[in-house]
Design a protein around this ligand. Structure first.
Ligand code: NAD
Length: 374
């Protein structure tokens, strides 16, 4: 079984529920999950590095549309480079980039394809994944209906086990789902009201704005985030509003929850401290901005200064009877990366326990949530 794809509908392997052997073998991880990353950009390059760090996974290829700096990084990392449009092969080779084949060749060789192409482009790849019968997971820029299942490892890992298609929800939705689910398990959530102050662009996106405006996104209420949370936690009552501001670092959420049972600040802090993907920015750190947070992550030596956890500000946690309020910062480029890794494991069916997958993912990245560092 090792080295072969354990299950491809359409290729005569109706075995999505059959566990991959790597977690169950006597020798640790004798069988690596072969992962292809289609779209090596902001998310794709991070997922590739996170896959490469796992003991049970390997990167079998990444895809680019044009030769650029990221393509040279892929080469330096040793990831085989594939291209969507094979007619561009001479342009890559002229730049000194060896091409292993087409995106279709790459997908054929994979157990799972992580589609990290730009939003709405991913949908156009579905027919290829169906034709090849390969597992694929998309990002939050695609609609829920494309995969028919939206994933967050803290909330619904078990429901992803053995699936062919999964969508990892967006950065903001990931951050919302993690904390809402945790509070809901402890107190019951009657209603959530969340305001998202969103970064205008990622740091490398030089053509996006705004430069000097606060843009309501959208003007109407709710923003898409509330309905998106429901794709993971359908029983939650939530209203969201969003605006975009001229920053590239992170998003900031102002969250207010009404709980079914009385809530205390001490217990909420305990819950955050015990959660592998919730970080607490302690008052003693003196941090009150996304800029200082990113500086902290850099100084901690995090790769790409990535913050994979929700960054919840301890001092902002206000609990009064059935009301809970707090601020949390979300690093848009990073929080979904660890979720992609867990989604891969769930889809392959070898690890049935969400907590074990999360622990393995975090350990491989040497990721300890931020409260342990101050
Ligand atoms: P990006 O533009 O940074 O990267 C996309 C990559 O895909 C680029 O390298 C591009 O060259 C490549 N590409 C384009 N068309 C392709 C094709 N047809 N075949 C193969 N590769 C192709 O985009 P991103 O920010 O990484 O976003 C990817 C997905 O992740 C989107 O669904 C987005 O909504 C989602 N997402 C983005 C963020 C974020 O903050 N950047 C956060 C969470 C989720």
């Amino acid at each position: 079984m090792c080295g072969k794809n354990p299950g491809r509908p359409g290729n005569g392997y109706p075995v999505y529920d059959k566990p991959h052997s790597f977690f169950h073998s006597g020798a640790m991880y004798d069988c690596m999950i072969k992962v292809a990353i289609n779209g090596y950009g902001t998310i794709g390059k991070r997922v590739a590095d996170a896959v490469a760090a796992q003991k049970d996974m390997k990167v079998i290829g990444v895809s680019k549309t044009r030769p650029n700096a990221e393509a040279f990084v892929a080469k330096q990392r040793g990831y085989p480079l594939y291209i969507a449009d094979i007619s561009k092969k001479p342009a890559f080779e002229k730049a000194g980039l060896k091409i292993a084949g087409s995106v279709e060749d790459m997908c054929k060789a994979a157990d799972v394809v992580v589609d990290a192409t730009p939003g709405k482009v991913g949908a156009t790849n579905k027919s290829l994944y169906e034709k090849l019968g390969v597992r694929a997971l998309w990002q939050g820029g695609e609609e829920h209906e494309l995969a028919g299942f939206s994933f967050n490892s803290s909330c619904n890992y078990k429901d992803a086990i053995g699936r062919q298609f999964v969508r990892v929800v967006s950065c903001n939705t990931t951050g919302l789902c993690r904390i809402i689910n945790e509070i809901d398990k402890e107190y019951g959530v009657a209603h959530v009201h969340a305001i998202m102050v969103r970064r205008g662009s990622d740091p490398g996106e030089i053509k996006k704005g705004p430069i000097d405006a606060i843009v309501l996104d959208p003007v109407g209420v709710p923003s898409h985030h509330g309905p998106d949370v429901l794709s993971v936690l359908p029983h939650i009552s939530i209203t969201t509003m969003a605006m975009i501001v001229p920053t590239t670092m992170m998003h900031m959420h102002a969250i207010q929850m009404t709980t079914k049972k009385a809530v205390t600040q001490e217990r909420v802090i305990e819950l955050i401290n015990a959660h592998p993907r919730l970080g607490l920015i302690k008052k003693t750190a003196g941090i009150k901005s996304t800029a200082e947070l990113k500086e902290f992550a850099m100084d901690l030596g995090r790769q790409r200064s990535d913050l994979w956890e929700n960054c919840i500000f301890e001092e902002s946690i206000y609990a009064n009877r059935n009301e809970l309020c707090f601020f949390q910062a979300i690093h848009q480029e990073a929080d979904v990366v660890v979720e992609n890794i867990d989604a891969i494991r769930a889809m392959m069916g070898g690890e049935k326990d969400a907590a074990k997958s999360v622990a393995a993912t975090n350990a491989a990245l040497n990721f300890k949530t931020i409260q342990n560092n101050h």
